[in-house]
Design a binder for this molecule. Structure first.
Ligand code: ATP
Ligand code: MG
Ligand code: MG
Length: 284
């Protein structure tokens, strides 16, 4: 009989995405609903210098007629973890989604309702009268009210020491608000913050060398910050469902402004601002 304590199970906490997209699995792994885009990325990342920053990938499995990607559960071994999901990039939708919406504009009522809930004044007169907004319009609006457009990342969700998940960061935009959120999230622990600073810095160096990063447009991907009361802490790159190979012969810089057609995502703009944020918390 296997002892519970020996199985190093984690209690699953999910800060983003549909709950049905994940399943627990044996041996400290989890299953995420299959996507060929994400599967190709994880497979390629296992042979890249970014490997130490990505949950280990264990191939594809079928459960109940449904295909899943199997990967390490990053919460494994952490006791009452504190977790933060930061969505990276100045742009959070694919260029394809934009051109699709321009060719066939589809006004979505659900996105209009989400918009009005945050700010009844946000939709234009036309959007009000049709009671809908297009997906890129909604995504651009979200980028602007949060720190995505200005800082290249935004906070999507936070949980502290196993407490309730907070997702009310849609309008967290200024550097000061973000520094305060990091201080709250870490309870201003210097050991945790310095581990985060060092991990982000080594991630930045690996990204500079990574062949994968040079050749991929990384959209809607997150950095997952994790620590526990013992002071174990780390940051991981997750969510590659919208990470696509850039057109051939178009190496990406990730630190320049996006213009339609250049496929730039602003990932390194976000990473540098995250490093600055953590450095600022260490000075407070
Ligand atoms: P969305 O695209 O809406 O962000 P998604 O279905 O692509 O959602 P992810 O963003 O990959 O899902 O993950 C959602 C959440 O699940 C993360 O914010 C994190 O809390 C948790 N999570 C994802 N992968 C792992 C992992 N390998 N280990 C631990 N937690 C994870
Ligand atoms: Mg995500
Ligand atoms: Mg995703």
């Amino acid at each position: 009989m296997v002892h519970w304590s020996l199985r190093r199970r984690s209690s699953w906490v999910q800060l983003a995405g549909h709950e049905g997209n994940f399943k627990p699995s044996e041996g400290g792994q989890i299953l995420k609903k299959f996507s060929s885009v994400e599967d190709a990325c994880l497979a390629e990342l296992m042979a890249d210098v970014l490997r130490p920053f990505v949950p280990a990938y264990h191939g594809v499995v079928e459960v109940g007629g449904e295909r899943y990607i199997q990967m390490d559960d990053l919460l494994c071994g952490l006791d009452m973890p504190s977790i933060m999901d930061c969505k990276m990039g100045t742009r959070t939708y694919l260029e394809d989604e934009l051109s699709e919406a321009q060719q066939r504009p589809a006004a979505r009522r659900d996105l209009y309702q989400k918009m009005v809930k945050v700010d009844p004044q946000a939709p234009t007169a036309q959007e009000h009268s049709q009671g809908g907004v297009t997906k890129p319009r909604y995504m651009q609006w979200r980028e602007g009210i949060s720190s995505s457009a200005s800082l290249g990342f935004r906070i999507e969700g936070v949980t502290i020491e196993g407490g309730a998940v907070r997702r009310d960061f849609k309008q967290t935009r200024t550097k000061e608000q973000i520094v305060d959120t990091f201080l709250m999230f870490t309870k201003a622990r210097l050991d945790v913050l310095s581990t985060y600073a060092a991990r982000l810095e080594s991630m930045r160096q690996a990204l500079e060398e990574s062949a994968f990063f040079k050749t991929h447009e990384v959209i809607g991907s997150s950095l997952l910050f994790l620590h526990d009361r013992k002071g174990q802490a780390s940051v991981w790159m997750i969510d590659f469902g919208k990470t696509l190979p850039a057109p051939e012969n178009l190496p990406l810089q990730h630190c320049v402004v996006w213009a339609p057609g250049n496929h730039e995502d602003g990932y390194l703009i976000g990473l540098q601002h995250l490093i600055d944020t953590v450095q600022a918390t260490l000075r407070k």
